[in-house]
Design a binder for this molecule. Sequence first.
Ligand code: FAD
Length: 495
Amino acid sequence: MTVLVVGGGLSGLSTAMFMALHGAPPLLVERHPTTSLHPKARGQFPHVMEALRVAGVDEQVRSASTDGQFRITRAVSLNGPVLQEIMAESPDFSALSQAPWADVSQERMEPILADRARQLGADLRFGTELVSFEQHDRGVTAVIRNLETEEEETVEVDYMVAADGHRSPIRHALGIELIGRGVLGEGTGTLFEADLEQKQFLCYLLNPDLPGGAGVLVSTDVPGRYAVGVSNTDGPKDWVRIIRTATGIPDLEPKVLDLRHGSSQTRHGVAERFSDNRIFLVGDAARMMPPTGAFGGNTAIMDGFGIAWKLAMVTRGEAGPGLLASHDPERRPYSKILADQQFLLFTQRSRPDLANDPTLPEPVSPVSALFFGYRQLGGAVITEPGDPGDLLEDPERPTGRPGVRAPYVRLANGSTTDLLGRGFVLLTGNPAYQDTALPIEVHVIDEPEFFTRYGISPEGAALVRPDFVIAWRSVGAASPAELERAWRTVLDLRA
Ligand SMILES: Cc1cc2nc3c(=O)[nH]c(=O)nc-3n(C[C@H](O)[C@H](O)[C@H](O)COP(=O)(O)OP(=O)(O)OC[C@H]3O[C@@H](n4cnc5c(N)ncnc54)[C@H](O)[C@@H]3O)c2cc1C
């Protein structure tokens, strides 16, 4: 076994699933006996659905998804008055992706990821925790414990992935700090069942009759089941009263479920580094952001998508270890942008008292840039001379520059996105590249829109990584040697 993934939430399970997909199934340990019993994060963005499609689970996710529109409001109670209509429908990204939005909670998503990871050969051990670890020159020695039998085992691995959530014992042990605005609030909540008129909604509550004066009420993907959360003020909670206040239905008789999610923290902070020698941070271990915006769960999955191919290629001997050094510079600046944007939404939706903070970031515009226009510029990409290094671009006007997600172009048979995900792919109008001896899939495309959106001539080419990021581009014709040099540089392979 060459990689140990610690944590079986969205980030750990997707790391394991995508690693297994790339032919390097890891060992994963999760201290809980099962996947999450709480709905927690819900909603999958189109770019996440594209990644899930690569693993062959998108159809399953779609069938598990609730249908219909998801309404987001800020209100005194679900029954009103509504203070702000935040979103009645998901933004239309159909010009940027053929993938749909989906609406599946963590409770249903995790088993889908776990089943697929197992099917592809990953060794998932629930009810097993990481007890201690030590890094050395050749790898990581980790002690894991089966919590049922109390048996301990020492495993030797090349690399370890810290997918161990917001408390991240691994991050603490490594002495890695979260940099940001810190703790913004403590919350507590419960699930309940009731017959409410509105079916799919997220309602940010501002109501002096709630503990702390604020809360959140959200539907789950189980019909008739809802989650309510309020500030974690002192004293026991009268959940029936809280639910009546939150729904605005004074005589509601909710069935409060014995599945509290305990206390949770709203926090803004990004780890000061995403790796420490042979250990890599993903998901909430790497960043904490207010849940406003739903990037937490989605980014946890995309962290797995982003690091899995690198770990797989390095451990399979197909890339040099330097490839892994790109994890921090590629994921950390993006995390900072996301955490700041979610903080901005948090001030607008839940904490208007912070809305005049002069240090608030500007909203990213267009918002599609956060999903499709981010550039990863960290070593596993060959930037072009004169590239100003901007981290976001408008995906409606793509440049095709290295570091950006490969722009979506509809083709006569499908789209460019259909061609990506399993390995390195060269998209080009030039059939001469088909003779390459490199392990790269070459697709010759003869569509003017493709050349425009990738910023290349018909003789040019774009080399796309398994995570859809353009690693290198040649605007005009390039020699086979130039392509090979680029490929070797990206993969940290000696000539
Ligand atoms: C109530 C609630 C509602 C939320 N709602 C949303 C939402 O609507 N949208 C959104 O985007 N995000 C939401 N989030 C945040 C979202 O759930 C997280 O961003 C996401 O789960 C992060 O996934 P993760 O895999 O990094 O961490 P987690 O899902 O926390 O998984 C980490 C796992 O590591 C395990 N672990 C820790 N230490 C060890 C150890 N030593 N050995 C073995 N296992 C260990 C833990 O048991 C845990 O299962 C919500 C969170 C909560 C709590």
